[in-house]
Write a protein that binds this ligand. Structure first.
Ligand code: TYD
Ligand code: MG
Length: 473
C-alpha cells in the first residue's frame, strides 16, 4: 500500500500513479516515477474555489456576441511579434523553449527591453543569472537605457507577491525550471514544481492581465522539460532553434491560441545580441558563382513569408555494401520516398550510390512543396549537370511520379523575381498568369528530362508559359 498522501509522478510525462513501479505505465519510460506529496488543490485548475462555482451553477453564453479582438502589446521586435500572431496578448502566457545557449535569455531580454522602451511596464526575472550579469549583457547589447525592471529570484511566492505590487504589462520568467514553491516538497525542476509554478503564473496572468513569458529548458530529445501539462496550460508555445555553427536562429510557433503556428521569426546572433533578419532568403542562398551540380534553389513558404533556400545533393559511388543516406534539414522519410520515385519512375539508379542531402543555412524544411527541389538537386548531382543559375524549383511529388501544384505559387515566384531569379521549374497545373516563366512539368520524369536537357540548362529553350504548353506536355 502506498503511504497516505503519497503519489508517484512520472518525471517524463507527468502521469500520476498511486504505486511506485520501475516503468511508467503511461509513457513506458524507465525509472521516472518519483514520490511527491499530494498537492492541496488539483494542479492546473484555474479557479481554486470549485465549491463556490458549483453553488452558482453554470452560466451559459452564446457565440454571437461581438467581442473586440484583444489589444496586443507590440514589443517592437517585429520577428517576435509576428510569431506571437501580431503582438503579445495581455493576460496570455507564452512558453519559449530551446536548447541551452541558443539565445533564449538574449531574445527575451531584448524583447522586454524593446517593449519597455515603447512604454510598456516590463519586468525581467532571472532565476539563473545574477542581476549584474543580466545588466552587463543588456549594456553590451546597447540596451542599458531601457526602463525594464530586473530581478533575480527563484522563490515563486516572492515573485508572485512582487508582481502583484505593480501593474506590469509584460513579465519574463527565465526560467520556469528554476522556480520553486514552498507548498511542494519536490525539488526545483521536478514535474510538480514546474507545474505548480506554471499554474500559479498562468493564473496571475489571467487575473491581472499581465502577459507572462516563461522560458523553458529543453531535454535531450527536444521536448520542453517538465510535463507536457505546462504546454497545455499556456496560450502559446514557441521554440527557439538554431544549428550549431550557424549564426541564424529561428523562432517557431508550436502552439498559439491567438494566431497561426506556422510563422517563423529569423534572427542572427552577433556581438550585440540578436539582429532581426527581415529578408531571410538572402541569408539562405549561396551568393554568386556558378550553381554547382547538385544544387537547386527551392522557393518555399515559411509561415506567411516566402523564403528561398538552396537544396544541395551529393550522389557518389558507395564504398561499402550498404549505401549511405544522410540528410540535414529535411525529413529522411521524404528523401527515401523521392529516391524511390526517381528510381521507379525516372530511371535513375541509386542502389549502389551514397546519397547526401543538405538544406543550406541550417534551415529545416517541412513543406511538401520541397519534394521537387530535393528531386531536382538529386537528379542534378546524379546526372552531373547543373540547373540554370536563375531557376527556382517547387512542387509536390506523389508516389506515382506526378508533380502536383502547391499553395501560394504567386508569392513564391514574386520572391524569386525580387532576388533576381527569372524562371521556375514547377508543377504544370495552376501556375498560369503570374508573369513568371515556369517550365511546367506534370511528372517527375519530365523534370529529370529537362534537367538533363542542355537547352534548358543554357537557357536556350524558350521557357514555357504554364497553362498552354505544359498542359500538352
Ligand atoms: P543565452 O541567451 O544565454 O542562451 P540561453 O538563455 O538560451 O541558454 O545565449 C547564450 C549564447 O549566445 C552564448 O553562447 C553567447 C551568445 N551570445 C552572442 O553571441 N552574442 C551576444 O551578444 C549574446 C548576448 C550572446
Ligand atoms: Mg538563459
Amino acid at each position: 500500500m502506498a503511504r497516505d498522501g503519497a503519489l508517484y509522478v512520472c518525471q517524463s510525462c507527468g502521469a500520476v500513479q498511486s504505486k511506485w513501479a520501475g516503468q511508467c505505465s503511461a509513457c513506458a519510460s524507465w525509472n521516472t516515477l518519483v514520490e511527491e506529496l499530494r498537492a492541496a488543490a488539483p494542479p492546473g485548475a484555474l479557479t481554486p474555489s470549485k465549491s463556490a462555482r458549483l453553488r452558482a451553477g453554470l452560466a451559459f453564453e452564446t457565440l454571437d456576441i461581438e467581442t473586440p479582438a484583444p489589444p496586443r502589446i507590440l514589443t517592437g521586435v517585429e520577428e517576435f511579434d509576428r510569431v506571437c500572431g501580431g503582438g503579445v496578448v495581455p493576460g496570455s502566457a507564452i512558453l519559449v523553449g530551446g536548447d541551452p545557449g541558443v539565445g533564449k535569455s538574449t531574445l527575451l531580454l531584448q524583447v522586454s527591453a524593446a517593449a519597455s522602451l515603447r512604454g510598456a511596464n516590463c519586468a525581467y526575472i532571472s532565476g539563473e543569472e545574477a542581476v549584474e550579469q543580466v545588466r552587463a549583457r543588456a549594456q553590451r547589447m546597447g540596451l542599458g537605457h531601457a526602463p525594464v525592471k530586473l530581478a533575480a529570484e527563484t522563490a515563486l511566492r516572492d515573485i508572485v507577491e512582487g508582481l502583484k505590487k505593480d501593474r506590469f504589462a509584460l513579465v519574463v520568467i527565465d526560467s520556469i525550471q528554476t522556480l520553486w514553491s514552498d507548498q511542494h516538497e519536490a525539488g526545483p525542476g521536478s514535474v510538480t514544481q514546474v507545474r505548480a509554478a506554471a499554474g500559479e503564473l498562468v493564473r496571475l496572468a489571467k487575473k491581472r492581465g499581465v502577459a507572462v513569458i516563461l522560458v523553458g529548458h529543453v531535454t535531450k530529445d527536444g521536448q520542453i522539460a517538465g510535463p507536457r501539462v505546462v504546454e497545455h496550460m499556456v496560450d502559446a508555445v514557441l521554440s527557439f532553434e538554431g544549428e550549431r555553427g550557424y549564426p541564424f536562429r529561428i523562432l517557431r510557433g508550436a502552439k498559439n491560441r491567438f494566431g497561426a503556428t506556422d510563422e517563423i521569426g529569423v534572427f542572427e546572433m552577433g556581438d550585440a545580441g540578436l539582429r532581426e533578419v527581415k529578408n531571410p532568403s538572402a541569408l539562405f542562398l549561396n551568393e554568386g558563382g556558378e550553381r554547382a551540380a547538385g544544387a537547386a534553389v527551392f522557393a518555399g513558404i515559411e509561415g506567411s513569408r516566402p523564403v528561398l533556400v538552396e537544396f544541395q545533393a551529393l550522389v557518389a559511388p558507395s564504398a561499402y555494401g550498404t549505401p549511405r543516406r544522410a540528410v540535414v534539414g529535411w525529413d529522411s522519410g521524404r528523401l527515401a520516398m523521392v529516391l524511390a520515385v526517381l528510381e521507379a519512375r525516372c530511371g535513375l539508379g541509386f542502389g549502389n550510390r551514397d546519397v547526401y542531402l543538405n538544406v543550406a543555412g541550417g534551415l529545416r524544411i517541412t513543406e511538401p512543396a520541397a519534394d521537387l527541389a530535393a528531386a531536382a538537386a538529386l537528379a542534378s548531382s546524379a546526372l552531373d549537370v547543373s540547373l540554370p543559375q536563375d531557376c527556382v524549383v517547387f512542387g509536390e511529388v506523389s508516389l506515382s511520379g506526378e508533380v502536383r501544384p502547391v499553395s501560394r505559387m504567386e508569392s513564391r515566384m514574386k520572391e524569386a523575381a525580387k532576388l533576381g531569379f527569372a524562371q521556375a521549374l514547377g508543377p504544370a497545373a495552376g501556375a498560369d498568369g503570374f508573369g513568371f516563366p515556369v517550365a511546367g512539368v506534370a511528372r517527375l520524369a519530365d523534370a529529370v528530362r529537362r534537367i538533363g536537357d542542355s537547352d534548358f540548362r543554357s537557357g536556350r529553350a524558350a521557357p514555357v508559359r504554364v497553362g498552354a504548353a505544359a498542359m500538352k506536355g
